[in-house]
Design a protein around this ligand. Sequence first.
Ligand code: 5GP
Ligand code: MN
Length: 343
Amino acid sequence: MTNNEISEIKDLLSTPQNIVIIPHKNPDGDAIGSSLALYHFLNKSHDVTIVSPNDYPEFLKWLPSEKSAIRFFDKQNKQSKKALENASIVFLLDFNSLHRLGSDMEKTVEKFDGTFIMIDHHQQPDDIAKYIYSDTSICSTCQMVYHFLEKLDAVNKIDANIATCLYVGIMTDTGSFRFPSTTSITHKIIADLIDKGANNAQIHNNVYDVNSYGRLQLLGRALSNLKVEPEYRTAYITLSQAELDAFNFQKGDTEGVVNYALSLDGIVFAAIFIEDVEQKIIKMSLRSKGSFSVNQFARNHFNGGGHDNAAGGRSEMSLEETVNNFISLLPTYKTELIQSDEA
Ligand code: 5GP
Ligand code: MN
């Protein structure tokens, strides 16, 4: 984002506006955290609504103002459309292609003829926004929102609510500050957020120590379904719809499970395949260590994308066929997988 663009945005925001903030479908901690942080910042002088394509996990349902600020496009369609119709500015946070909203919402958002501002850290952004702040080296959209506020000379406006929301997104997208995208700058920002009122111990507790019995049992099943392809330094997990049902699956219950496969010694490529009978798809989460790009793998074979080391995709085949297809692709990538360092 150039200095010129920043001053144009400052001008735009110098008078009260109707603003809609949009996170991606199946929003995670970073998508909801960044949306709510920006909401709390902008809502001081504008009329702001967050329109999420659908619901988000229980472990985020304590964030400041989450209930009053967020409308769901699927369940509160009229209100969502009205907010979009009235908006002059739409922020797109933590995604970079309108198809990540799902086809219904994509069709509505496409028609918006005001100003789009995109803040996102995924690769290959579509050219949909007038203002694009895109940086794939930054660990989270929440860190980018912090930098965006720096650019607007507004870091001093960060209150405890904003600090809390930003902390959540940085924490969840960095695997609690352990992924390589975590830098000294990330830690300096985190220190500042704590100074500004983010209660770090409480936040970790609210997000991570709220497991249901069913979720832990489902994790147990996932771990017993873990399979390893040592030749390709690959491990994967499957969960069928029947297994999800048996353990009373709730949104968010499978988040992070793929990381157990990646934690196996010597493994550089991990996948989880989750059956969704209602949507008639297999949803996949892919993770890697080192140079092997799961973003590229997901784009090439599974209609998806994401980051080099964390991506997602989907398949319309059965669970078994999808897994067989996945295994049949591994030989093509053998050299890359063997050489993918673990740093
Ligand atoms: P997760 O596996 O946690 O759902 O997603 C990992 C990363 O990949 C996230 O940054 C997410 O935005 C991205 N991602 C997940 N699923 C898809 C998908 O179907 N398409 C694209 N383009 N990105 C995805
Ligand atoms: Mn993110």
